[in-house]
Design a binder for this molecule. Structure first.
Ligand SMILES: [Zn+2]
Length: 61
């Protein structure tokens, strides 16, 4: 099962496209888990992460 994947340079255009969108605020948010109660804020919070740049944010439900 273990394959040796040769190190390749990613297409700069792809990476650039993603980061440009992210920099412009157009993140590809995906919910990571179910709403969880945040004791500090006293609210239900959902954790979401951007699939392109990996940025994480929490949002009140
Ligand atoms: Zn992003």
């Amino acid at each position: 099962m273990a394959e040796i994947i040769p190190f390749k340079k990613r297409k700069p255009s792809e990476k650039h496209k993603g980061s440009t969108l992210c920099r412009s605020g157009f993140h590809k948010w995906q919910i990571e888990n179910k709403p969880q109660f945040d004791v500090k804020q006293g609210k239900l919070m959902t954790r979401t992460a951007c699939q392109r740049c990996g940025k994480v944010k929490t949002k009140a439900v």
